[in-house]
Design a protein around this ligand. Structure first.
Ligand SMILES: C[S@@+](CC[C@H](N)C(=O)[O-])C[C@H]1O[C@@H](n2cnc3c(N)ncnc32)[C@H](O)[C@@H]1O
Length: 268
């Protein structure tokens, strides 16, 4: 595995929040693949769209690859293609033993290995970066002529039940703030010919809202810049979280809005 950017001239210490994000994934790394049901489904769907892309020559990378769910799905659906896995969590990267991997903090931009890339893919990762729009712009700029970007990222329309319950309880919503889909599309369209924009909606059911919080933490994805609630406060959120009618099985629901976007850098 390559090492993190310790010798890179642009290296600056990871921010407190980036360190907390890394620590969260690091601690739960052994459980990630078992719990990442939604991530696996999205990876497979994004890989499917990458199957027939006319790729120019150049490096290919999976940004925020984790254990490599997306890179593996693409390599399975497109034999012969290999992607560099890039992630700053060594414990997740380390589970993808056969692969070409680089431990790297994507808040620093892209590593030099991916300049002039022919394919950059990323799923469930851009929203963890400090400036998602700015990083997305750099990803677009790093593509070589006729190179492709394939992105899946949860966006600001996610978790409506959580936001509404928090508002009704007069408490902050402690979910990770997510990028606004149309702003990402607008940014990418300045640099790429956009070939696909899908707004996907997923929802999951659980016996209680607290179960969702636990599942997110189990995945290692519990970090948020918003201070955590005390147990009594979370109970107030739970009380305001809309219940699924008993006739439809009861429990609570949580929904994700995902942007799936593909675009190609114009050839000169
Ligand atoms: C929810 S996981 C998604 C992993 C994988 N793409 C998937 O779909 O299963 C988010 C990933 O982003 C990575 N990540 C978060 N912040 C990062 C950063 N600053 N630099 C590199 N990777 C980062 C995490 O370590 C984690 O592997």
């Amino acid at each position: 595995m390559g090492s993190a950017g310790h010798s890179h001239p642009a290296v600056r210490p990871a921010s407190n929040f980036a360190e907390r994000v890394r620590g969260g994934f690091e601690r739960q790394a052994g459980r990630y693949e078992r719990e990442a049901e939604l991530q696996r489904a999205v990876a497979w769907r994004l890989a499917h769209h990458c199957r027939g892309l006319p790729l120019p020559s150049g490096p290919c990378g999976d940004l925020g690859s984790g254990t490599g769910l997306l890179a593996r799905a693409i390599e399975q659906q497109r034999p012969g293609l290999t992607l560099l896995r890039v992630d700053n969590c060594a414990a997740l990267l380390g589970q993808d033993e056969a692969a070409d991997r680089l431990a790297w903090d994507l808040n620093l931009g892209l590593p030099c290995q991916l300049q002039g890339a022919s394919l950059l893919v990323s799923s469930f990762a851009l929203h963890w970066l400090e400036q998602p729009e700015r990083q997305l712009e750099q990803w677009c700029q790093s593509l070589g002529p006729a190179g492709w970007l394939a992105l899946a990222v949860p966006t600001a329309g996610s978790f409506p039940q959580w936001r509404q319950a928090a508002q009704a309880a007069g408490l902050p919503c402690t979910a990770l703030p997510l990028p606004v889909a149309c702003r990402l599309v607008e940014m990418a369209s300045r640099h790429l010919r956009i070939a696909r924009v899908d707004h996907l909606h997923f929802s999951r059911k659980a016996p209680s809202a607290l179960t969702f919080l636990r599942r997110i933490r189990t995945l290692g994805a519990g970090a948020s810049p918003v201070a955590p609630l005390r147990p009594g406060e979370w109970r107030r959120i739970e009380a305001h979280w809309p219940a699924v009618p008993a006739a439809r099985g009861g429990g609570k629901r949580l929904s994700w809005e995902m942007l799936l976007m593909m675009g190609q850098k114009p050839a000169p």
